[in-house]
Design a protein around this ligand. Sequence first.
Ligand code: PLP
Length: 382
Amino acid sequence: MLSKRLSGIEESATIKMGHIAKKLQEEGKEVLNFSLGEPDFKTPEHICAAAKKALDLGYTHYTSSAGIEELREEIAKKIREENKVDASVENVIVTPGAKQAIYELMMSVLDEGDEVILLDPAWVTFESAVKMAGGEPKWVKRVDESVKYESLESAASGNTKMVIINSPNNPAGYVLGDSELKEIAEFAVEHDLLVLSDEIYEKIIYGRRHVSIASFDDMKERTVIINGFSKTYAMTGWRIGYAVAPPEIMKGMLKIQQHSVTCASSISQFAALDAMRGSQECVKEMADEFKRRRDVIVKRLNEIGLRCLNPEGAFYAFINTSNHGNDVEFTERLLKEAYIVVTSGSAFGLAGKDYVRFSFAASMEHILEGMERIEKKIQPGG
Ligand SMILES: Cc1ncc(COP(=O)(O)O)c(C=O)c1O
């Protein structure tokens, strides 16, 4: 009954782990869930107030498909000022979540058999979105060592159409530095490729500087920046994201948006506008709290004897399990014996088979308790 398009596309591994956690909780187990990628903070009050105001003012109808003009203007301004990329409203499409923007992009630019280079490991949705649009993912390893021009070159063919990067990275927590971005940019220019640059974690960054690849020479016209409000403003449920793309691609995405979801929620768009225009103190507070948690986790993991890549951004610890079985065995053991839910690294590509992803978008109390349970489990006889 199902289309060929869906063959080889797995249920989202992260969402699946969330369901398992919920089921165990319903059975009365004291589950600690470290599998989800959503900030545990409430959406800041002034943003909620803006949504209530939008309701009172009757902004409850379809908006223009690309999004309300003021929000698109505000996004273009942010991209110009913060990301140093010359953007205007014609470049901006507001979408129901960044995920939808990614899907629309793939459907707009990929033809059957087009190849897309993904840095391995990569967030689960990239591979699925490429496949759903008929594209073929090609993996280039990027765990704890910078990606090189030559390794990108060896994954390229005459069918390569795009490279996907995501910095700060989910799940590995790295931030791509200037020289690495330069190498990727040179490769894209040399091979005339598009770049999808997912920058959704740009504000959750620890002592590093976020740089958009679109700000490099000759990159603006071949880069689609994906970003959104879910992580920066703890607005996952509002479903509001955006893409900044060359006008031709933006128009392609717009057609898909018009014929699929029409537009992002009007109320969420007004809330997002307030998020951008209002004080950014809330963003800093949340990022500071993530940093505190990051520091505690890295310290505790070292004490326990588990290696983890030091997260430079986003809110995930990518923990090496190679001394304790593979990722799936370790995940199952934590779940069954300690009621701890993490995500197996292999959900994110080939390089993840010796890793699990531990999301620290959870309270400090839960993190400390989780670390204690993990410590007990990995001790001999534990
Ligand atoms: C790298 C990355 N991009 C995009 C998203 C999804 O964002 P949104 O909630 O805006 O669809 C996620 C969520 O986990 C993510 O990790």
